[in-house]
Design a protein around this ligand. Structure first.
Ligand code: AMP
Length: 217
């Protein structure tokens, strides 16, 4: 099954995707994670992306579309993929439609995680992410802290607060979301594959809602 996860930053797309990966063996494609890996590897792409990311703006569409097309062609995506944080603009969504067609692929479910702005700010400013780029586990110091303060339960690496998860950047990311990404709700909502999920609850309730409504087995 191939999914698109839509929703504001902090709605829980990454956490839901990680759960779908571990339970159903799907592949998570997070354009944000791919860009952060490029930044830590110091590549030209990473250098270009960092300035956009640190201000809460979007990386240019053509850069993102190139990254995604390379990724969905990889063998592991045959198991089914979850797009986490992509598409983020109408241009990306249109480009993705043609890309899927070119590659003989289709999307089975588009899941919108819906959440209030205040909850986004609360969640993101208390979020911590594993610094190990091949782990990227997500914690929350209030609602799901690690067993040992500041250390990843899964791989033992230090946890960090992402540079774009301070309140000012989070507010900018929300402005960007309403401006550029929320029009995608209208773009996709006419589809029979579209599903809106209340994301204010726990990850367990969000996960079971998605599983029952998509019929994922
Ligand atoms: P995320 O981890 O998905 O919240 O993404 C973090 C940042 O990476 C965003 O604020 C953007 O600057 C950039 N980014 C990630 N995915 C995209 C995308 N699909 N289009 C443009 N920029 C993106």
């Amino acid at each position: 099954m191939n999914f698109i996860l839509l929703g504001a930053p902090g709605a829980g797309k990454g956490t839901l995707a990680q759960r779908l990966v571990s339970v159903f063996g799907l592949v998570q494609i997070s354009t944000g994670d791919i860009l952060r890996k490029e930044i830590s590897a110091g590549t030209d792409l990473g250098k270009k992306a960092k300035s956009y990311m640190d201000s809460g703006a979007l990386v240019p569409d053509e850069v993102i579309l190139g990254i995604v097309e390379n990724r969905i062609k990889e063998k592991d995506c045959e198991k089914g993929f979850i797009m986490d944080g992509f598409p983020r603009t109408i241009i990306q969504a249109e480009g993705f439609d043609s890309m899927l067609e070119r590659n003989g692929l289709s999307i089975d479910a588009i899941v919108e995680l819906s959440i209030s702005d205040d909850e986004v700010v609360r969640r993101l400013t208390s979020r911590r992410t594993c610094s190990n780029t091949s782990c990227q586990a997500i914690y929350n110091v209030i609602s799901s802290p690690p067993e040992k303060n500041g250390i990843c339960d899964k791989c033992g690496s230090p946890l960090i607060q992402r540079s774009d998860e301070n309140e000012e950047t989070v507010r900018n990311r929300l402005v960007t979301y309403y401006d550029k990404t929320s029009p995608l709700v209208r773009f996709y909502s006419g589809s029979s594959r579209y599903l809106k999920i209340d994301a204010s609850g726990t990850i367990d309730s969000i996960f079971s809602d998605v599983v029952s409504k998509t019929g994922l087995k």
